[in-house]
Design a protein around this ligand. Structure first.
Ligand code: SAM
Length: 255
């Protein structure tokens, strides 16, 4: 059956065999890994991963594609969840830890990554194809152009390792932008001080970056006083984009 790519589901299918192999090589799959692929589509990554695995879970929203995958699932190595990943409860998957993989629909990539943070304790690692610009934002250091809320939140939960850049020509239809594959590895308790209240941490970071060019003493008014900022070594005249992840955590824990 010929499948017409659906824009509303962010469908850009990988067709470049070299890139597909490179992604799979980067995964270093072990046969007993519990891998979960988000948005398998027509199976470009799925069927390249499957020979290395005993089993693979996939989550796909498009019912037509679910049917295509079901028809191709002769050896029953796939468990296909016909679902919206943004509403998917990853706790229902039994064997832990999970290895999450996906050439993500770009329109939902940021909310999806935030959704996955709710299950971070069950995740071994994540490999995602994203817009290059999103990977740059995830990996950005303070005081640089791309540093923002996404950088702080992702770096709080994970080490961010950009792996490869993928040209638009590797997809059908070709997207308008260049893509990149990134590895996210959840941080251990040894690596970073945890926020005692992660909701408050998230609220603080969001508020700080809402007006990223303003002084924190103004943007965080109502959340933190000048004295509280100074007590954790944050200059009240500084702007959100100059503050390191650890400083946001320290501030949260002092409130
Ligand atoms: N993995 C395939 C590939 O690399 O060729 C397809 C990638 S395509 C960029 C994104 C896939 O995610 C599509 O199959 C799309 O239908 C699916 N998708 C989009 N939104 C989704 C959602 N909310 N939940 C689950 N899958 C979704």
């Amino acid at each position: 059956m010929e499948h017409k790519a659906r824009k509303r589901f962010g469908q850009n299918f990988l067709h470049d065999a070299g890139i597909i192999q490179e992604i799979v090589a980067n995964l270093q799959l072990q046969s007993r890994d519990h891998c979960v692929e988000i948005g398998p589509g027509l199976g470009a990554l799925t069927f390249a991963m499957l020979p290395y695995l005993q089993h693979l879970d996939v989550i796909e929203i498009d019912r037509d594609l679910v049917q295509v995958l079901q028809d191709a699932n002769q050896a029953n190595k796939l468990t296909i969840y016909s679902a919206d990943v943004l509403k998917f409860d990853f706790n229902q998957l039994q064997a832990k830890p999970l290895r999450i993989v996906g050439n993500l629909p770009y329109n939902i990539s940021t909310p999806l990554i935030f959704h996955l943070f709710d299950f971070i304790a069950s995740i071994q690692d994540m490999h995602f194809m994203l817009q290059l610009e999103v990977v740059e934002r995830m990996a950005a250091e303070p005081d640089t152009e791309h540093y923002g809320r996404l950088s702080v939140m992702v770096q709080y939960y994970c080490d961010v390792i950009p792996l490869l850049i993928v040209p638009a020509s590797a997809f059908t239809p070709a997207p308008k932008v260049t893509s990149a594959v990134v590895r996210l590895v959840p941080k251990t308790a040894m690596q970073i001080e945890r926020a005692h209240d992660e909701k408050l941490f998230s609220q603080l970071v969001r508020t700080a970056f809402n007006q990223r060019r303003k002084m924190l003493r103004n943007t965080l008014k109502g959340l933190a006083t000048v004295e509280q900022l100074e007590a954790v070594g944050i200059d009240p005249h500084a702007r959100a984009e100059t503050i390191r992840v650890e400083q946001y955590v320290k501030l949260t824990n002092s409130l």
